[in-house]
Design a protein around this ligand. Structure first.
Ligand code: BJW
Ligand code: ZN
Length: 256
């Protein structure tokens, strides 16, 4: 029994929403991939990367100042991402697609792990680490299995190639941001998972959902910067909590 008086780890309100919600929206951040072995932004990496603040490398200024350094950081991360697997949190979100009449998965992550876990409709707010583009002619490149480069690559036109991700001070992809904001306004249940709630405009999505009347639940081992403004915070790792949550939803929705 929990403190809500029934045999579940979730509150009665959340169980009610899991059983009845018609539209569920989920925002994920780096924490959802932490259990796969992908370093988060604010807990850092190892080696060379322990000497840099990752959030200071994710800027156009850093790339202009030292393109090789920023390129090496992305090559290192691509290597990690290729070597890891989705975790039970990613798989639970892939299954969630089949449980609710409408389900929207919005991610700040660039690591492809949601798609690799089987999610078919992933809305990426901060781009994708496997994609690059030429600064000069705009040509896109998709990473093949070539060994990661230590130096910034150049396009056939001579321009420098940058990762097709969104750095600080840059505009998010317009259609994906608009989609995310609309889904936040329209959903009944919004989950914010593994994100520090520090980086805008993504961090505003749970607040938009709350203002629009959704029940907003955070899943994070630590309270995020916006935790106090939400309906409920579940303290724990997403790889442990999400499978339980989705199991509960499945049980409630198939036993009726
Ligand atoms: C676990 C776990 C487990 C651990 N299970 N959980 C409004 C107010 C203030 C500032 C701004 C504002 N609007 C815009 C800004 C400026 C800026 C901003 O937000 N700055 C703040 C930091 C102050 N935003 C921007 O610049 C954005 N652009 C923009 O707004 O354009 C319009 C504009 C332009 C110019 C001026 C003004 C407006 C762009 C933001 C782009 C962010 N880019 C990055 C890099 C992407 C590419 C790459 O991957 O390299 O995106 S930075 C980095 O942060 C990355 C992430 O997606 C993002 C969020 O990080 P996230 O996911 O929250 O990760 P962490 O590491 O911070 O947290 C991990 C969490 O997981 C923690 O909470 C852990 O506890 C938890 N965790 N283990 C569950 N097992
Ligand atoms: Zn070019």
């Amino acid at each position: 029994m929990n403190n809500h008086g029934h045999a579940s780890m979730f509150s009665a309100t959340l169980e009610d929403k899991l059983g009845s919600a018609r539209h569920v929206a989920v925002l994920t951040g780096a924490g959802v991939s932490a259990e796969s072995g992908v370093p988060t932004f604010r807990t850092g990496g190892e080696g060379l990367w322990a000497r840099y603040n990752p959030t200071e490398l994710a800027t156009f200024e850093a790339f202009s100042r030292d393109p090789d350094l920023v390129w090496r950081w992305y090559s290192w991360r691509r290597g990690i991402i290729r070597g890891v697997k989705p975790n039970p949190g990613h798989y639970a979100l892939a299954e969630a697609e089949t449980l609710f009449p409408r389900f929207s998965l919005i991610t700040q992550n660039v690591d492809n792990l949601h798609r690799r876990a089987g999610s078919t409709d992933v809305h990426e707010l901060h781009g994708n680490i496997e994609r690059s583009r030429c600064l000069d002619c705009g040509l896109f490149f998709v990473e093949d299995e070539a060994p990661p480069s230590e130096h910034v690559l150049h396009c056939t036109c001579g321009g420098m190639i940058r990762p097709d991700v969104v750095w600080f001070g840059e505009i998010l992809p317009e259609t994906e941001l608009l989609f995310a904001q609309t889904e936040a306004q329209r959903c009944d249940l919004f989950l914010t998972v593994g994100t520090s709630g520090l980086v805008y405009p993504a961090a505003a999505l749970p607040l938009i959902a709350k203002q629009s009347g959704a029940y907003v639940v955070e899943i994070n081992p630590e309270p995020s910067a916006i935790a106090r403004e939400l309906d409920e915070c579940i303290s724990g790792a997403s790889g442990a909590i999400l499978p339980l949550l989705i199991d509960t939803a499945r049980r409630l929705r198939t036993s009726a």
